[in-house]
Design a protein around this ligand. Structure first.
Ligand SMILES: [Zn+2]
Length: 457
């Protein structure tokens, strides 16, 4: 019997090995993996041309803004950007309007994804001051986990206070899925923001000073304390500081189920660039000095920072308060919104680092695909080229070079600090459960998105 799709003449990359050959996919699952000669015939055949066949990349942190904030992005445009960038599964954040704060809203998000998404997706429920009783129902409705926003952020959701944490953390633990947290201490950020404003320090370069490393580290410390005492699976999103990385390392060493992600901008950019790139690089938490960036690299290479995610967070240029090149058009950095696009650029940006020898392609597959699937309990359905796993593949040409052009991205709004960044190593095919969804950076597929729920690993 012929397989639905055979990909041959490539190098199959897993965290453990790189092997000549290809894969066969039928009914959306891998049915054969091996040398070209060992593969079955295919109804459709892709000649990988000697390129690398990777498990589909998972971006476990995106804001697709749907429903309610769709002037910024929606599930259609966001998922198009995802597949064009080599991403086959995303985890969507819950801070849109209305927020994903109960079982009904998990269902709303599921329907939106199923009717608009070119890639597979998972949904997080927000946990705040007044929805402790909605926590377990959200997991039952299919939420893959939860999000708490300790830092002040887009949407201004009220976070659970110290008393309420004693109610919500046990419920999260009972639900069997992890909670991820935006870890920034609001008092610290308010104190420094007010002080800098009073001193008339309004230039982009002061952004990092308003949320210093202590702002993140204090919050991470608090969270690890809660997770340890309530036995909760904790994931720190967008870790930006050396101190946060160290605390996650220590927590892991104590046997806690504490994980963390970092983002390409923390690994590769420098807070001082705010002088040139302006509001384009404004993000919560801020990009810091290279000392922090190097510590995060160390964590990523040594297994205590688990994954790369992007915090893809589009806004209009008007909201960003700057033009394509970052020239500030508002009087103060405080008035420019935080967040920028990332889902479409992270794979080429990180493959460029692989080409520079910063990490192996095998390790990249681990931190871009396997680990996000493991942390969010989708492994081995997602994040693996294994028999029976979903046939999600990104074929990458490690020799293809380009310059990132913000105007060519597929998001609804495209502010990005990566405009003009030179890359080597690009996705050429993005395949979701055997369906070719993007080719050479352009969408070619249909709406096929399926919501992912936890699987027994
Ligand atoms: Zn985010």
């Amino acid at each position: 019997m012929k397989a639905d799709l055979v990909i041959k003449n490539g190098w199959v990359v897993t965290p453990e090995a790189t092997a000549r050959g290809g894969v066969a996919i039928s009914g959306g699952k891998f049915v054969a993996i091996g040398t070209d000669e060992s593969l079955p015939e295919g109804r459709d055949v892709i000649d990988a041309g000697g390129n690398h066949i990777l498990p589909g990349v998972i971006d476990a942190h995106v804001h697709f803004r749907d429903p309610g904030v769709t002037h910024k992005e929606d599930f259609g445009t966001g998922s198009t950007a995802a597949v064009c960038g080599g991403v086959t599964t995303i985890v969507d954040m819950p801070n849109q309007l209305p927020p994903t704060e109960n079982a009904e809203q998990v269902g709303v998000k599921k329907k939106i994804g199923e009717t608009k998404s070119l890639c597979d997706f998972a949904v997080l429920g927000v946990v705040h001051q007044t929805n402790a009783d909605d926590i377990i129902p959200m997991a039952k409705a299919g939420a893959i986990g939860y999000k708490i926003f300790f830092g002040e952020t887009i949407g201004n959701l009220p976070f659970p206070d110290d008393g309420m944490c004693q109610e919500v953390f046990p419920n999260i633990t009972k639900s069997g899925v992890p909670v991820c947290v935006h870890a920034e201490n609001r008092q610290i950020q308010h104190y420094w923001t007010n002080k800098l404003k009073a001193e008339g320090k309004n230039d982009p370069i002061y952004w990092e000073s308003s949320r210093p490393w202590l702002c993140e580290a204090e919050s991470v410390s608090h969270l690890i304390f809660l997770a340890e005492n309530f036995g909760t699976m904790l994931h720190i999103v967008h870790a930006s500081s050396k101190q946060a990385a160290q605390m996650v390392k220590d927590a892991k060493a104590r046997g806690l189920r504490v994980t963390a992600e970092t983002c390409p901008h923390y690994l590769l950019r420098d807070g001082d660039e705010m002088a040139q790139v302006g509001p384009l690089l404004k993000m919560n938490p801020p990009v810091r000095s290279r000392e922090h960036g190097e510590a995060l690299w160390h964590g990523l290479l040594n297994g205590y920072i688990d994954m790369i995610a992007t915090d893809h967070a589009p806004h209009t240029f008007e909201e960003k308060g700057c033009d394509r090149n970052g020239k500030m058009i508002k009087p103060a950095i405080w008035e420019c919104i935080s967040g920028f696009c990332g889902v479409e650029t992270a794979v080429p940006v990180m493959l460029t680092e692989v080409n520079k020898g910063r990490m192996t392609l095998n390790h990249y597959v681990k931190v871009a695909s396997e680990n996000p699937a493991r942390v969010w309990q989708m492994y081995p359905k997602k994040g693996a080229i294994r028999l029976g796993s979903d046939g999600d593949v990104v074929i990458v040409d490690m020799n293809k070079e380009a310059t990132i052009d913000g105007d060519k991205l597929h998001s609804k709004n495209t502010p990005t600090p990566w405009h003009g960044w030179k890359v080597k190593g690009m996705p050429i095919y993005t395949i979701v459960r055997g369906h070719v969804q993007a080719k050479d950076g352009e969408p070619v597929g249909k709406v096929i998105g399926q919501m992912q729920t936890p699987v027994a690993g």
